[in-house]
Ligand binder design. Sequence first.
Ligand SMILES: CC(C)(COP(=O)(O)OP(=O)(O)OC[C@H]1O[C@@H](n2cnc3c(N)ncnc32)[C@H](O)[C@@H]1OP(=O)(O)O)[C@@H](O)C(=O)NCCC(=O)NCCS
Length: 169
Amino acid sequence: MMTDKLQCIFNPIEFRDKIGESIIIRLYNPDKDRNKLIEMYANFDPGDRCLGLPPLTREGIERWIDYLSKNGYNIVAEHNGKIVGHVAIVPLENRRDVELDIFVLRPYQNRGIGQELLRNAINFCKQLGFRGIMITTQCSNLRAKRLFKKFGFITIDSDLDECYMFLKL
Ligand SMILES: CC(C)(COP(=O)(O)OP(=O)(O)OC[C@H]1O[C@@H](n2cnc3c(N)ncnc32)[C@H](O)[C@@H]1OP(=O)(O)O)[C@@H](O)C(=O)NCCC(=O)NCCS
């Protein structure tokens, strides 16, 4: 999903991360960014995968990116022309809520990039008129859970492995 209207409601922002590097947060452009996003996930540390994502093979990554591009909204974090972080927002069947996934490349983690991606993704969802954001994460993923709680997400359900978090917009 990529229209001029979307570009109008999402102004790219530039900020300094915790080590002073300049990072741009902007909408994903399928024509220009597909290969860069695939490259990010091809270099993703397997130890940082969450609930089977990102896919392990290049073919799986390509299929997943194309699915997200067709069915959702995508926001990226860019450093020196390289994509280093990504948020995928996919509307749920009820069309009122969305599901959100977020990933930052290991060397860029803990630098405040996830936080900026999430802040912008939440504002974007509000502007699009969605009512809530659903996130499924691993219960053991303390860093992700801390980040989501910081933005007001609450745990609505959990089992041994998965934790379901929701933010009412
Ligand atoms: C989770 C993730 C998206 C966060 O992005 P990030 O850029 O590293 O996050 P930030 O630097 O903005 O914030 C991380 C916060 O977690 C805190 N943190 C770091 N390690 C932590 C830990 N082990 N336990 C609890 N909190 C931790 C940091 O102190 C920071 O909080 P603060 O800003 O209040 O100090 C990123 O680490 C990532 O991609 N992880 C692997 C994939 C993943 O788990 N994705 C989520 C799937 S739902």
